[in-house]
Design a binder for this molecule. Structure first.
Ligand SMILES: O=C1C[C@@](O)(C(=O)O)C[C@@H](O)[C@@H]1O
Length: 141
């Protein structure tokens, strides 16, 4: 069982972004934290600042489930939404910050209704909750 962890634009800049919203961890810290928390799970980590590259990755993935933080594309990308809608895997959306308690434009979410679940507002813990959700869901199959 392999889980893809997909990080969208600007998430490679974690550590330099607003710590109040995103926490202190860098992207490498978060990826290591995920792997260390779930040592028996095989992960594929992917980050891109490019919408098309994210879509290419999603279309080609051989993973069994997807965790995606689409970053700002969450609020703009019908293309990523359409891509996720086509993929018949367990898909979980995450956000470090609470997108529903920030600017109005962050309340627009093109992704939330083409994924199984969304976790947000708990900084890196949002990713851990997403992986736990997937593992529980897969153990029920
Ligand atoms: O880049 C990001 C990160 C984010 O997805 C989050 O993880 O909280 C929230 C988005 O609104 C923002 O554009």
């Amino acid at each position: 069982m392999k889980i893809a962890i997909v990080h969208g634009p600007n998430l490679n800049m974690l550590g330099k972004r607003d710590v109040n919203h995103y926490g202190m961890m860098t992207l490498d810290d978060i990826n290591c934290h995920i792997q260390n928390t779930f040592p028996k799970v095989d992960f594929e980590f992917f980050q891109s600042n490019h919408e098309g590259a994210i879509i290419d990755f999603l279309q080609e993935t051989a993973c069994d489930a997807i965790v995606i933080n689409a970053g700002a594309y969450t609020h703009t990308s019908i293309a990523i939404r359409d891509c996720l809608e086509t993929i018949k895997l367990i898909k979980v959306e995450v956000h470090l910050s609470n997108i529903y308690e920030r600017e109005a434009f962050r309340k627009i979410n093109y992704i939330k209704d083409v994924v199984n679940q969304t976790f947000f507002g708990k900084k890196e813990q949002s990713y851990m909750d997403a992986v736990t959700y997937i593992l529980e869901k897969m153990s029920n199959f």
